[in-house]
Each structure stands twice: as C-alpha cells, then as structure tokens.
Design a protein around this ligand. Structure first.
Ligand code: 6PG
Length: 230
C-alpha cells in the first residue's frame, strides 16, 4: 500500500488544499472528479474552507458521493448530506446533478441497493468492474470505525456488495455505508483526523491493528493519505 502521513497544525487548510489538488489532477487526467465525502464533525470546517476556495471549480465535472449516511431524512441534523449541503454545496454553488445523495429516509435495504445500482451503472459506462472513486474521504471513530463500518457489525464481513445497510447495535440504528470492496477499489483514500482523536488510536490503526475496522482499508491499487491535525 502506497501511504503518506501528513501531521499538520493547519489541518483545515491542508485538508482543503489536498482535496483541491486531487480534483485538479483527476479532472486533468479524466475530465471528472469522483469524490466520496465523509460525514461526522471533522470534515465540516474542511468543506466550509473548500467552499471559499473553490467557487471557480468546474463543479459540473464533479461526481460527489457519500461514504455513508445515517438513516434519517436529508433535512435531519444527523444527516451527512445536510452537513455537506450547508457547508459546501450551497456556499460553493454545487449543481444538484453533481451530487448523489443516499436516501436515508427510505428502507435501508432498498436505499443501499438503489445507491449500489446507480454506482454499477456508472462503472459499466466506464468499462469498470467496480466503481472506482478518485478520492474517498474517511473519518476515524473513537472505536476505530470508518464510514459506518463499526467493530463487530455484519458490514465488516461484506465481500461482494458495494453499498450496504449495516445495523449498528451500539447506536441501535441502521446506517448506509460503502463496503470495504468499494472503499478499497479507490484510486486514493484520505483519512481526515483532527487533533481531537486519540494519538494511541491513530497509531494502532496506522500500524494495522486488525481489531479496528479502519485498519482494513487497504486499496489494492490505490494510495492512502492520512492528514492528522496536531
Ligand atoms: C459518520 C461518519 C463517521 C465519522 C467518524 C468520525 O457518518 O459519522 O462517516 O465514519 O467519520 O465517526 O466522526 P467525527 O468526525 O465526528 O469524529
């Protein structure tokens, strides 16, 4: 695995610049930028900074997906889509057609298959056996989860599906999430981990402690970048 670790006191600026660099590189090579956004709180200021830096980006060449979503309506405070809409899509004027929202408001099994079908159609159009993101942003939970692949959940074992509904007992709720096969098909994966995360957890995941789901992120033909706030 081709991996780089960036530790920075300028977490928000460096993360936004990294994403912009990846966008320019992908658009330069393939006239498209397929990026999956992560949810939670960490990326919120990064998306807001991106919006201030990226008004002149060719947003129509972006295809924005979500690595996971809570099973709530899009206007719910818990919605990752709502967070991205407020911090990035609206301020930057991202056209609706560039965003693929996971429908958290419907039955999770149906929503996951619907999303997976949409990705499969796009992959087929590109002659790919599996949809290949240019960049997948991932967070790191305090229990070592990433996307909505939590320790001890069935989703960790998924080897065939690309997008699944995953029941999370500790939250007593369903989540929609990319599976490891889809994550590990990406050209580039970037963990965005701010200074609030425990240094010991980060080191154990980076060292590959298989007890943490995030350690199972290992793209066969892709790069992994860690941007860690200090
Ligand atoms: C989610 C995220 C999840 C998140 C981690 C870290 O939907 O919550 O996708 O994987 O990245 O839980 O969350 P924080 O950034 O809020 O610490």
């Amino acid at each position: 695995m081709d991996r780089q670790i960036i530790r920075t006191k300028n977490f928000v600026a460096d993360s936004a610049n990294f994403i912009l660099d990846q966008a320019h590189q992908s658009i330069g090579e393939r006239d498209e930028f397929r990026i999956a956004l992560s949810g939670g709180n960490t990326p919120r200021p990064v998306y807001a900074r991106l919006a201030t830096r990226a008004r002149d980006l060719p947003w129509e060449l972006f295809r924005i997906t979500f690595g996971d979503e809570r099973c709530v309506p899009p206007d719910d405070l818990q919605s990752n889509f709502r967070m991205a809409r407020e911090t990035l899509f609206e301020p930057a004027g991202v056209p609706e057609k560039s965003v693929m929202r996971m429908r958290g408001e419907i039955d999770p099994q149906i929503a996951s298959r619907e999303y997976e079908d949409r990705l499969n159609v796009l992959a087929t159009e590109r002659g790919e056996s599996i949809y290949r993101h240019d960049l997948i942003l991932l967070g790191l939970g305090d229990d070592g989860h990433t996307a909505s692949l939590f320790p001890g959940t069935a989703g960790l074992e998924e080897k065939r599906r690309k997008v699944i509904a995953n029941f999370v007992p500790k939250l007593n709720s369903w989540r929609l999430t990319f599976s490891f096969p889809l994550i590990n098909a990406a050209r580039h994966i970037c963990f965005l981990v701010d200074a609030n995360k425990g240094a010991d957890l980060i080191e154990r995941v980076i060292e590959g402690d298989r007890g943490f789901p995030a350690s199972h992120v290992n793209p066969a033909a892709g790069k992994v970048t860690w941007i860690i706030g200090q």
